[in-house]
Ligand binder design. Structure first.
Ligand SMILES: [Zn+2]
Ligand SMILES: [Zn+2]
Length: 374
């Protein structure tokens, strides 16, 4: 067997860093995947691997320096002895770019990847939510680089298929270990898993093929949206990678409150003030709804707190036909200041209707009596 130092092409005082560097270079050169069917390369790869296994371990290296090949024999036991094939695989992983996890095999690096989703927040006025509107939102979005059209290569330079991995971005690595044959799929060392080789990277995106843009998007707010509605705009998210589809844009809606109109689902509620005269006598009133003033016949003898409903005058149903209802609750206004003339008339009125008050009051006291006697 050739001398391990000779195999790796390093001098006998080589540092671990030099040994590692030499090993990486040779391992790439003789890798079985890069030399399919080449017996010589396979043999060389085995030798290089064994040489590295020994020289990269200070204990084994010392034994090798002292005892030569004998130190490799089964049962040879100075300190250290044999074993530790695990390390060599760790080093192999290092060669191929690093940073990838053990389950690499399931995810090709050049496989299409869907772009990420983007969230944007939009605040609406109360009425905008009810009747819909058009808004503009500005987002930051990753897109295909304009300069290189996503290829990552400088204009006029070549991008060609990686011959090492035939454009797949991955290579199978098969080797004999102490535990049998081990096959592993790893990113292609020549193209870093991209499947293609860029001669000169695009100066605009530094070869990533992607660029971040600030984009202003027109958002159609449909009528009937509510606070916490989320609108999705498919395909307006980040652009995909390797030809993958773009992500979506999600518009998170918040709606300002209105001092008068209160919304519950698609129904609207308001408090509507009427004079006690109108409440007693009945009146033609005008009720302010979302769209217009509605004429309404207030019946005579309307009590405070009574709720009237205008069907179909509420909020348009989102993505459906029809509208919710509009409810107004009667609030009877008692004037805090009256003129002498008004006082005179009211006194006269009171004189006219003592029997009603008495009757009402009698009923009330009877009920209270029942309450306390129970
Ligand atoms: Zn570019
Ligand atoms: Zn490749």
């Amino acid at each position: 067997m050739r001398d391990f130092y000779e195999i790796l092409g390093v001098h006998r005082e080589a540092t671990q860093a030099e040994i590692k560097r030499a090993y990486r270079k040779s391992a790439k050169k003789y890798h079985p995947d890069l030399n399919p069917g080449d017996q010589e390369a396979e043999q060389a790869f085995k030798e290089v691997s064994l040489a590295y296994e020994v020289l990269s371990d200070e204990g084994k290296r010392r034994n090798y320096d002292l005892y030569g090949e004998d130190s490799l024999k089964d049962g040879f036991s100075s300190q250290g002895g044999f074993g530790g094939f695990g390390d060599i695989f760790g080093d192999l992983f290092d060669i191929f770019g690093g940073g990838f996890s053990g389950n690499y095999a399931s995810q090709k690096q050049n496989a299409p990847i869907r772009g990420g989703d983007i969230r944007a927040d939009v605040q609406l006025e109360f009425k905008e939510a009810i009747f819909g509107t058009e808004k503009k939102v500005t987002i930051r979005r990753t897109e295909i680089c304009r300069s290189c059209d996503g290829k990552g290569a400088k204009a006029g330079t070549d991008v060609h298929r990686c011959e090492t991995c035939h454009g797949t971005g991955q290579v199978r690595e098969s080797r004999q270990s102490a535990f049998g044959r081990v096959v592993q799929v790893v990113p292609c060392p020549d193209c870093q898993g991209k499947g293609e080789i860029i001669e000169e990277p695009c100066s605009h995106c530094h070869g990533s093929g992607r660029e971040i843009f600030s984009r202003t998007i027109d958002v159609h707010i449909p009528k009937g949206v509510n606070n916490k509605s989320i609108l999705s705009m498919p395909g307006e998210g980040h652009h995909g990678e390797n030809g993958g589809p773009p992500g979506d844009l999600y518009i998170y809606i918040s709606v300002k409150e209105d001092p008068i109109f209160k919304r519950q689902g698609n129904d609207i509620y308001i408090d509507f003030p009427v004079s006690y005269m109108d409440a007693v006598l009945g009146a033609k009133i005008e009720v302010p709804t979302l769209d217009s003033m509605e004429n309404f016949d207030l019946p005579a003898g309307t009590v405070g707190g009574k709720v009237f409903t205008l069907k179909g005058k509420g909020v348009p149903r989102l993505q459906e036909k029809g509208r919710g209802d509009f409810h107004f609750r009667i609030e009877i206004i008692v004037p805090q200041k009256i003129s002498d003339r008004q006082r005179e008339l009211l006194e006269e009125l009171r004189g006219e209707s003592p029997s009603v008050a008495k009757k009402e009051r009698k009923g009330f006291f009877d009920r209270m009596k029942d309450w306390f006697e129970d």
